[in-house]
Every structure is written in C-alpha cells, then in structure tokens.
Design a protein around this ligand. Structure first.
Ligand code: PFF
Length: 452
C-alpha cells in the first residue's frame, strides 16, 4: 500500500481539526441558537457540554482513528467483526457525504452574499424586505446551483492536492485568517452605538431563561460544532503522528472551536441589539437580519458597512470551506484506500454525486418546493435526518467502540502515548469514565429527544 501522508506536527494537526470544527455551525447555527435560548446561559451550558461530553467523544474518535491509521470504514470495521462492522463503517462514510451535499448549498449562498456585499447590494429598508431578497435568491433555479457547484468545486480542488499539500496547507493559512477576521468584526460590532446591551446579553447569564430545550440545544450544538459522529475526527486523526499527544490536539481543537463561536457571538449580537432587532429571529439571522443591519449602517457610514459586510461573508465562506473539505476527505480516504482509486478521480466522483444531490436540495427552495415530506422540503429533510439522526448514531457508535469494544489498554496507549505522558496518565481514568458511561448516556438523551 502507498505510504499515507501525515500532518506535519501538533499545530498543523490542530489547525486542520479546528478547520473542520469551525464552520457554519459557529457563525450561522450558534448565534441564532444563542438568540433563541436566552443568551449567556445557553453559552454557559454549551461550554460545559463541550468540555464534559463532546470532548471525551472527540478523544474517543481520535483514539480510534490514530490507532487504526486507515480510513474511517476500515478503522471501525477493525473493531466490529463481520457484516455489522462493514455497515457501521460505511455509515460513517455516507453521513459526511450526505451532509456536504447540502452544506455546500449554504456555502454557495455565502459566496453569493460575498459577491453582493462587494457590489454594495444590501440596500433594503427593513428586515422583511431583506428577507424577501434572500428568499428571492433561494427560489431561483440556476444561481444558487451555480454557487453551490463553485463552492463544491473549490472544496474538491483543495482535497485533490492531498493531505499535506491541500488540506494541511489550506488550514494552516485559513485558520489564522479566520480568527483575525472575526476579531476585527467583533471589535467593530461592540463599538457600534447601542451595542452594550448585546454585549451584556452574551456575558450575563439569566437563569430564568433555562428550559429543557436549552439543554438539548446546547448539547446538540456542542456535538455538531466539533464535527462528531461522522467519521471526520477518525479520518483526520489517522493522519496524526504516533508521537503526538492526542489529549493536547483534542483540547486545542475544542478550545479553538469554543473561542471562535464566542467571538462570532460578539461579531453578531451587539450589531443585532444596536439595530433594535429581536435576537431570536432564528436561522435567517445571518442571511437576512445581518445584511439589513449592514444596509442600515450603510446609510451613515457606507464605507465601513461595506467593508464589514465583505469581511463577514468572507469569514462565513472560508469557515464553510474548511469544514466541507473535511467532510469530503472522509469519502476520498475511503475510495483511495479501499477501492484503489486515484485521489483525483475519487474527488471527481464525489463532486459529481454530491453536486447532483446538493442541486436537488437547492431546488427544493424553488421549483421543487412542492415536494414535501413531514412538512419539510428536501433540504430541510436532509438536514433533519443528518443532525438529529445520522450524527447522533455515528457518535454513539464511536463511544461504544471506544468505551466498550476496544480493550482499555489500547485506549490507554493512544491517549497517554503508551504511558509516556505523565499528565495524561492522571487524567486517563476520568476520561475513560466519561467515554464509557457519561457520553453514551448524553448521546442517548439527545437521540431520544430528537426522535420525540
Ligand atoms: N463542525 C462544522 C460546522 O460546525 O459547521 C462542520 C459540520 C458539522 C457540518 C456537522 C455539518 C454538520 F452536520
């Protein structure tokens, strides 16, 4: 077998994993969930769940991946004998490909909004009109598909360059750029007149806002944001050198992801409050509320508002791209290693399949809007199946394998570098309990509530 590429070192491994974690989940999903769940209290729960539940699952997947040193399907099948193992492994290949198909449709919207901000096209005088402009884009046939295809093409081109020259190189430059961009936008947002209320919304928890929903949303978001349960962490960790400390790479990724989400909150919420808009406006927050805010700022400060809009949608675009790369890589690793395909051809094949499925999802806001199941169009259905079902099942498979199937000594070897890392040895018993008992219970709760 051809020798596999590995990430160059600890920092680049963290950057690649953080690239996968930091995505639309942080900039699009997190702020609107914060808005719908009462602000700082949601963030507090999100941080607790991330460190207590999602981080151990991340460690479990990382250990499975590095121990296997192969693509995700084989890494899972190595521990679960027979047909079941092959099917479970296959599920972890299908899930990210399923997701990237519609994820790149949203990536395409961010590209279109980036172009619109460069052309200073955010000029509507109310959030409703701005929302109309967004819906008008979605209901078109060709433009959203074209944007989706361009976005997907950019993704596969980077992946085609390989683990070192494509994924690692791109993450190495894009992650620092993303942090710089989001800090600049956040500084701008908090200095807007009237932004103070938005800032206190993000830092002062109001415990009266807590409902059972707040817990479920916070748990689900921590899971989604770390890209768990879909083969990504297993695949990327198989590219981590045996001498690296997995507790450090995992913690580094988790902290980068949390920090970025919080900064995204500061980039968005103060502007929302400054414009006197309800923070709970939901999923349309970044595609209709924010452009409206940019258009309003444009009345007084046209240059600043244009720059803010461009920087913001550039951030969304790059963040979505680093995540979609990781989603595609899971399938590419499988096709090259198991089916003997050349990387370039594997990319072409996945581009074609995800391109077609994504185009159908895109059309479900326009000509195919009438095709509904359970009151959802194809896009919404695809997202619901993935977020509430496939991801959670994938996560459950990982923790069951890591906590109950893999011998404890293998887990110990991976998470302590065969006993060489003293501090890891101290933490190992806690991590093992979290992986074996706490994480499966948390995932089951999430699964049952999503089904209900
Ligand atoms: N973690 C990335 C994000 O938050 O956008 C990637 C991702 C996770 C995409 C889960 C899709 C998904 F369902």
């Amino acid at each position: 077998m051809k020798e596999r590429d590995l990430f160059g070192g600890r920092t680049t491994a963290i950057m690649a994993l953080a690239g996968s974690a930091i995505g639309l989940g942080n900039i699009w999903r997190f702020p609107y969930l914060v808005g719908q769940n009462g602000g700082a209290v949601f963030i507090l729960l999100y941080i607790i769940f991330s460190l207590l539940l999602s981080l151990p699952i991340f460690l479990a997947e990382s250990a499975i991946g590095r121990n296997g040193g192969v693509n995700c399907r084989s890494a899972i099948a190595a521990w679960v004998p027979g047909r079941a193992g092959r099917w479970l492994g296959m599920l972890s290949i299908i899930t990210p490909l399923w997701i990237v198909s519609y994820y790149s449709v949203v990536g395409g919207w961010s590209l279109e909004y980036l172009i619109q901000s460069c052309k200073l096209q955010f000029t509507q005088s109310s959030p409703e009109l701005m929302s109309g402009q967004f819906e008008a884009l979605l209901s078109q046939t060709y433009k959203p598909i074209l944007c989706h295809i361009v976005f997907l093409m950019a993704t596969v081109v980077i992946v085609a360059f390989g683990v070192k020259s494509g994924i690692e190189k791109f993450s190495k430059y894009s992650i620092p750029v993303l942090f710089i961009l989001i800090v600049v936008i956040a500084i701008y947002a908090v200095t807007l007149p009237g932004a103070g209320e938005g800032v206190s919304y993000l830092v002062k928890p109001d415990f009266s806002k807590v409902t059972p929903h707040t817990f479920i949303d916070a748990l689900g978001q921590s899971f989604y944001s770390l890209s768990l349960g879909m083969g990504i962490v297993i695949t990327y960790s198989s590219y981590i050198n045996k001498s690296e400390n997995l507790m450090v790479t995992s913690l580094g990724t988790s902290i980068s992801d949390l920090l970025f989400a919080y900064l995204a909150g500061f980039a968005i919420m103060p502007a929302v409050f400054a414009a006197g808009i309800e923070p709970s406006s939901g999923p349309g927050l970044i595609f209709d509320t924010l452009p409206y805010i940019f258009s309003q700022m444009g009345l007084h400060m046209p240059v600043f508002s244009a720059i803010a809009a461009i920087l913001f949608f550039l951030t969304v675009f790059i963040a979505a791209l680093t995540s979609s790369i990781s989603l595609i890589e899971v399938g590419v690793a499988y096709l090259t290693e198991e089916k003997g395909m050349k990387r370039g051809w594997a990319c072409v094949l996945l581009f074609a399949c995800c391109g077609v499925f994504g185009a159908l999802c895109s059309l479900s806001f326009g000509p195919l809007a009438g095709m509904q199941l359970f009151g959802m169009n194809l896009f919404e259905l695809a997202d619901t199946i993935a977020s509430n079902g496939l991801l959670v099942i994938g996560g459950l498979i990982s923790v069951i394998i890591a906590g109950w199937v893999i011998p404890r000594k293998v887990l110990f070897k991976e998470l302590t570098n065969a006993g060489a890392k003293r501090i890891n040895i101290k933490f190992f018993p806690i991590v093992a309990v979290l992986i074996r008992y706490v994480a499966p219970i948390g995932i089951l709760v999430l699964l049952i509530t999503s089904v209900i």
